[in-house]
Design a binder for this molecule. Structure first.
Ligand code: GRF
Length: 222
């Protein structure tokens, strides 16, 4: 029987992506795994979702530290103690420093609401509208020290409609893409179907030329 893996999910906000992981796990789509949720904000709605699901939670407020490095150091210490197989940034709104990132290299992914490499950073939906993009979406990528710059595993696209507000576009990206690609990526990583080798994504032993897409979703995640 496959051994139980440990996924640590880091959150700051509403937790819709976390909920998708909670649901996928409850439905047995992720294989045998336990999940711990860490938030840098005690008031994050994501924490409530974790508690409802009976998951262990920890709060490590960045405000309690004098510097980014001190926060990162404590975060790394607490995560090391959990000995995770995979770290998932699911709406975690703090930039992590180089030391932290290299410690978890190849074991840490992030979901970003744009078609990377377009629109790194914040306010991606507003910026996609301002740029007149016809398509927008979200990406799951390995985390490297370059902000939103690591190798992309999978991304999904939606059309941008002429009347879209940033909120409408954001909701479409969340429901049509984010909550589908993140559980799929976690499943692939836990199943060792995806690995990071020489900064490139290797999928089923072949390096990817371009990110996987919604067309690659396996049956449980469609
Ligand atoms: C998502 O759009 C995610 O891509 C971005 O932050 C948002 C978090 O939303 N990094 P939620 O907390 O999962 O609801």
């Amino acid at each position: 029987m496959a051994s139980t893996q440990h996924v640590v999910v880091m959150v700051s906000g509403r937790g819709r992506n976390l909920q998708a992981l909670i649901d996928a796990r409850a439905q047995g789509k992720l294989g045998p795994c336990r999940m711990t949720v860490i938030s840098n904000r005690a008031s994050a709605q994501a924490l409530e979702r974790a508690r409802q699901a009976g998951l262990p939670t920890e709060v490590i407020s960045h405000r309690a530290f004098d510097s980014r490095e001190a926060f990162d150091t404590e975060l790394a210490r607490r995560i090391d103690a959990l000995n995770p197989d995979l770290l998932v940034l699911a709406g975690f709104m703090r930039v992590l420093g180089e030391a932290f990132v290299s410690r978890f290299h190849g074991r840490m992914i992030n979901i970003h609401p744009s078609l990377l490499p377009r629109h790194k950073g914040l306010n991606t939906h507003q910026r996609a509208l301002e740029a007149g993009d016809r398509e927008h979406g979200a990406s799951v990528h390995f985390v490297t020290a370059a902000l939103d710059g690591g190798a992309v595993i999978i991304q999904g696209r939606v059309s941008v409609e002429p009347q879209d507000t940033p909120e409408q576009l954001s909701d479409r990206v969340m429901s049509a893409v984010e909550v589908r690609i993140l559980p799929q990526a976690v499943s692939w990583l836990l199943g060792k179907e995806i690995r990071l080798v020489d900064e490139a994504v290797v999928f089923c032993d072949k390096p990817l030329d371009s990110p996987l897409t919604l067309a690659h979703l396996t049956e449980p995640f469609r």
